[in-house]
Design a protein around this ligand. Structure first.
Ligand code: NAP
Length: 245
């Protein structure tokens, strides 16, 4: 489905990003796996290669412009083009509004929102010249609903949706689509430490009666990255078990 497409996946060292990278590789894409430390994506790259795929790892902090430009250059050097960008890198720094520290606000905005802006700006230059591209931003159900204790995170994800729609309009003429996948509650390191009561309350809100898996998200990303999704742009695809509709 994605034979010979080149995909940059940010935040590929674990969780959703790692699963997305593996899934796209299984669909035939060549992978540029990005996280802050190269050794954290080395095992993923080895396993893709062992299965006959192609992959390289790049160390980059997506909130730093120099790193992001290096990331895009490394992708071009390795594979000669960039067809797919998955802006997945993200963090939480939760706290109630009254107690939220400025650095917790800035840290989340810098990685979740500015990181996607910097990566998109750099990759879109290449995609625009190619007259082909698929950009997929990982937002969140709480960007749609809001959530107590996550003003910074929810604002970053809602902002990412504004960025998605603006970039979709701006890049459409170059045959570059820009979409988002909004996960619900997905079992990864990010959600592993939540207290049992919070998990149970959350589960009660999910009509499909289970938490999501990284595979649930990877399938949605692969669809939006495919040829078949060529007439979809500016869309936010909810993958949340019905938690918000
Ligand atoms: P995770 O397990 O904590 O993984 C986060 C990934 O982001 C790691 O690979 C991490 O790599 C990378 N990362 C963090 N800061 C980075 C930076 N400055 N530069 C480059 N990479 C960075 O999280 P996850 O649950 O897989 O979440 C992935 C995405 O899905 C995030 O955007 C998250 O907001 C979103 N999401 C998750 C859920 C959920 O329930 N899990 C729900 C909705 C949305 P290193 O730390 O190794 O650099």
């Amino acid at each position: 489905m994605l034979n010979d497409r080149v995909a940059i996946v940010t935040g590929a060292s674990r969780g959703i990003g790692r699963c997305v990278a593996e899934y796209l590789a299984n669909c035939g894409a060549k992978i540029v796996a990005v996280s802050r430390k190269q050794e954290d994506t080395a095992q993923l790259v080895d396993s893709i290669r062992q299965q006959g795929g192609e992959a390289v790892s790049v160390a980059a902090d997506v909130s730093r412009v120099d790193d992001v430009e290096r990331m895009v250059e490394a992708a071009q050097q390795a594979f000669g083009k960039i067809d797919i960008l998955v802006n997945n890198a993200g963090i939480t720094r939760d706290g109630l509004l009254a107690r939220m520290k400025d650095e917790d606000w800035d840290g989340v905005m810098d990685i979740n929102l500015k990181g996607a802006f910097l990566s998109t700006r750099a990759a879109a230059k290449v995609m625009s010249k190619q007259r082909y591209g698929r950009i997929i931003n990982i937002t969140s159900v709480v960007g749609q609903m809001g959530n107590i204790g996550q003003a910074n995170y929810c604002a970053s994800k809602a902002g990412l949706m504004g960025l998605t729609r603006s970039n979709a309009r701006e890049l459409a003429r170059r045959n570059v689509t820009v979409n988002a996948v909004a996960p619900g509650f997905i079992e990864t390191d990010m959600t592993a430490d939540l207290p049992e009561k919070v998990r149970q309350d959350m589960l009660n809100q999910i009509p499909l009666g289970r938490f999501g898996s990284p595979q649930d998200i990877a399938g949605a990303v692969a669809f939006l990255a495919s040829e078949q999704a060529g007439y979809i742009t500016g869309h936010e695809l909810s993958v949340n078990g019905g938690m918000y509709m």
